[in-house]
Design a protein around this ligand. Structure first.
Ligand code: DAH
Length: 439
């Protein structure tokens, strides 16, 4: 015989499979049926599914009237088998679990494919939002028993945190991507040229002077210097130009006093050097420096310009030494095909004196505008040192001989760089000087 429980009420009320709830339930129902108390419940089958067991009942005694006294019959016990089917409710828990798992699987699959932060946010709202699907499923928890709720609650929490974790990871990835994109967009291209530091260049005149110095240092010469304010003695007299010598007129001068002037040439360094050398040989010097003449400035004249003086004193120094030295100088200055020619000239401090021409480097001697169709360019003055000058320098002309030369730095620079006005050198026109920066 089955339990007195009506399946219907059992199904609709019994949601849990725990013994306590079964007992409570049976008591409630039996009471309505007969005044009896469930003493204990023995459930045979404790696994999931319908429960079947023995119910031990104690029935209240029935009152009866015996001779005016109410007599209660003795208590009795009754054992009844029962059957409870709560699988439907078990099914509800299971169903919720499955729903939650399905929700999780769907959410994770969709989240995995998301490539856009906006869609990610939409999915977050869709699954976890207040009106989201998880909330929707959890709403069904109201139908669960107190014992079952935490079970589903736990599953729901796991599902929520699994979804949240994926969303979190995705958000982090998007964040990193955005940062990376911003960094890429803001990237400084270090290959852009920097703001240039203006770099100076060497003035063409200084360049020519340095070049000439290098050439002569290479031939064993020393560089000498002398004063720009010079005595009449060194500037003229010691160079075999006594007072009232007509050759003084070739060099109009700036006199500071009767006896002092701005040097008109670098030649005074010849005698100064010889005196300083005190008869020692060889004397092999060049002296670059400023010189001054009372000229009106024009395209080829300047009251101040630059010369480079050369002097060699020793035994057996001959005209051929001068010629060889100057030829080498010109080849290094204007190229290996350069040739020179010497023309007789006059300088008071040399004997013989020569004017030296270099073959035109522009036309190679054919004749052009630069050399005025002559094939030659007038380049410097030179000669064998006059015996009087040697003597004034302290060298016995019977024993020693020497050669000297003087070259204008502007003249060389103008020829070399095709400059047609000497004034460009001094007016600091940036357009002019900048052209020589890389040379
Ligand atoms: N001093 C001469 C001048 O200014 C140039 C010169 C010519 C220098 C011949 C020399 C030389 O040493 O031997 O015109």
């Amino acid at each position: 015989m089955r339990a007195f429980l009506r399946e219907q009420s059992c199904r609709s009320s019994l949601r849990s499979s725990s013994l306590n709830s079964i007992q409570g339930f049976l008591e409630g129902h039996s009471r309505g049926y007969r005044p009896q108390t469930v003493i204990s419940v023995k459930v045979r089958q404790v696994s999931a599914g319908p429960k079947e067991g023995i119910l031990l009942l104690r029935e209240a005694s029935q009152p009866s009237n015996k001779g005016g006294t109410t007599v209660f019959s003795s208590l009795y016990r009754e054992e009844r088998p029962f059957f409870v089917d709560n699988t439907r409710f078990k099914g509800a828990v299971q169903g919720m679990k499955e729903k939650l798992e399905a929700l999780k699987a769907e959410a994770l699959a969709k989240l995995q494919e998301v490539t856009d932060p906006q869609i990610l946010n939409d999915l977050r709202v869709k699954y976890l939002g207040k009106k989201g699907e998880l909330t929707e499923v959890l709403r069904g928890m109201g139908g669960l028993s107190a014992e079952e709720r935490p079970v589903i609650g736990q599953v729901a929490n796991l599902v929520r945190s699994a979804i949240e974790e994926v969303i979190g990871t995705k958000q982090e990835i998007f964040q990193q991507q955005e940062t990376q994109n911003r960094l890429n967009a803001e990237k400084v291209d270090v290959s852009l040229p920097g703001r240039g530091l203006p770099q100076g260049g060497i003035h063409p005149l200084n360049r020519v002077i340095q070049e000439i110095e290098d050439i002569f240092i290479g031939m064993g010469y020393r560089i000498e210097e002398g004063p720009e304010v010079e005595t009449d003695y060194y500037n003229f007299e010691a160079l075999n130009l006594p007072k009232n010598h007509p050759a003084r007129d070739m060099q109009d001068s700036f006199y500071l006093t009767e006896d002092l002037l701005m040097r008109t040439q670098t030649s005074p360094v010849q005698v100064r050097t010889m005196q300083a050398m005190k008869g020692e040989t060889p004397v092999k010097i060049i002296c670059p420096g400023k010189v001054f003449r009372r000229d009106d400035d024009d395209a080829t004249h300047s009251f101040q310009f630059h010369q480079i003086e050369g002097l060699v004193i020793g035994r057996n120094i001959r005209m051929s030494d001068l010629k060889g030295t100057l030829l080498q100088f010109m080849k290094e200055m204007f190229g290996p095909t350069a040739g020179i020619r010497l023309r007789p000239s006059f300088f008071p401090f040399t004997e013989p004196s020569v004017e030296v021409d270099v073959s035109c480097f522009k036309c190679g001697g054919e004749g052009c505008r630069l050399c005025k169709q002559s094939g030659w360019l007038e380049i410097l003055g030179a000669g064998m040192v006059h015996p009087n000058v040697l003597r004034m320098g302290g060298y016995d002309p019977e024993i020693y001989s020497g050669f000297a030369f003087g070259v204008g730095a502007e003249r060389i620079a103008m020829l070399k760089y095709g400059i047609d006005d000497i004034r460009y050198f001094y007016t600091n026109d940036m357009g002019f000087v900048k052209q020589f920066k890389g040379i």
